[in-house]
Design a binder for this molecule. Structure first.
Ligand code: AMP
Ligand code: MN
Ligand code: MN
Length: 331
């Protein structure tokens, strides 16, 4: 994923493990917070950590700010009984742990729980991470937050059994795009997790390869209206598509989030964008780049964040306004 698979970054994050472990070892009450519109990396990280804490006798809960329900594709993840509605997350616990969130804002309605705790621990892999915890374990060279958590577990002496492995594999397989963007060690971790007896094929199918029939006509409509702007991004090209609320009626977030993975394959464009219409005049926008463009910088400029090749932001206005602002920011 990075051109210099970072010894510097890997070394410094490992240096933070002892202090993180001390926090985790001494807390009696812990809230684990996942990012809004949760994906399998944030939920897999949160549940794996919560399973470990619960086994150690800690009063632990996991939550995310929005939406109300866990995406259906994640409803077989072990530890999901530790999930509580956002409104029920206790205020003033010993420790809050944020997993896979690059900034405070990504915690949505739960951001205030960070301030109310005695200590806050941020575990993440976003290049744009703002270090918003009292302790920050951030490795922007890591392929997933679950990969950082696996290393933390090793340092902590936690045995990774099949339940924990299932959660960690969920984040690893999704954030690596089914092991397409990997680095040295990614497959070694996958091998370790699979050796616990988990069914990797079934986990991947449930998370990534299962859609209702209505997904097909939605793709037909959305992809049919995609646009290629060859002279955008200094001539490197932008391809974009918009998912209107009318396109996605009755479909799940899984169907909506799948579209960018098709749009981004367009060979004539370095950057791909999918605009997802929200209630009111709001749009959430997914950005992907192939090689030279750092979309996390562009997304940060527009109020969002992310990784070098995958980022996002939220915008307001008409579709044309959002596209114009994006083209402008892409230069
Ligand atoms: P997505 O396109 O939603 O899959 O997001 C791609 C990457 O960008 C993920 O790592 C997200 O955490 C990050 N991201 C997406 N939307 C936002 C946002 N509004 N603010 C900050 N980061 C975002
Ligand atoms: Mn995520
Ligand atoms: Mn992630």
């Amino acid at each position: 994923m990075t051109t210099t698979p970072g010894t510097a970054s890997a070394t410094s994050v490992e240096d933070e493990f002892p202090r993180a472990i001390t926090l985790l070892d001494t807390a009696r009450t812990v809230s684990v917070l996942c990012h809004v519109q949760p994906d399998a990396d944030t939920i897999g990280s949160g549940l794996a950590l919560a399973i470990v804490l619960q086994r150690r006798g800690v009063a632990v809960e996991v939550s995310f700010g929005s939406p109300d329900d866990l995406p259906e594709s994640m409803n077989e993840l072990p530890g999901r009984d530790l999930l509580v509605p956002a409104a029920d997350v206790r205020v003033g616990v010993d420790l809050v742990v944020s997993v896979d969130a690059g900034s405070r804002g990504r915690l949505g309605a739960l951001a205030d729980r960070m301030d109310a705790a005695d200590a806050s621990l941020v575990i993440d892999h976003h290049r744009s991470n703002t270090r918003f915890g009292t302790l920050n374990v951030v490795d922007d060279a890591a392929e997933s937050t679950t990969a950082v958590i696996a290393r933390l577990f090793d340092a902590w002496g936690v045995e990774i059994d099949a339940s924990i492995a299932h959660c960690l594999f969920a984040g690893l397989v999704t954030d690596t795009g089914s092991f397409r963007w990997v680095r040295p060690g990614s497959h070694r971790l996958a091998e370790r997790l699979l050796e616990t007896g988990i069914d990797g094929a079934a986990i991947a199918r449930k998370l990534l390869d299962t859609h209702p029939f209505g997904w097909l006509p939605m793709l037909g409509s959305v992809l049919g209206s995609a646009r290629l702007v060859g002279d955008a991004v200094g001539g490197l090209g932008l391809v974009y598509a918009a998912i209107l609320r009318s396109d996605s009626e009755g479909l799940r977030s899984e169907e909506i989030e799948s579209v960018i993975d098709i749009v981004r394959t367009t060979s004539e464009a370095e950057v791909a964008a999918v605009l997802k219409q929200q209630p009111g005049d709001e749009w959430t926008v997914s950005l992907r780049s192939k090689t030279v463009v750092d979309v996390s910088v562009v997304a940060t400029t527009l109020g969002g964040g992310g990784h070098r090749n995958a980022a996002g932001f939220t915008a307001h206005g008409s579709k044309d306004d959002v596209v114009a602002a994006l083209i402008d920011a892409l230069g």
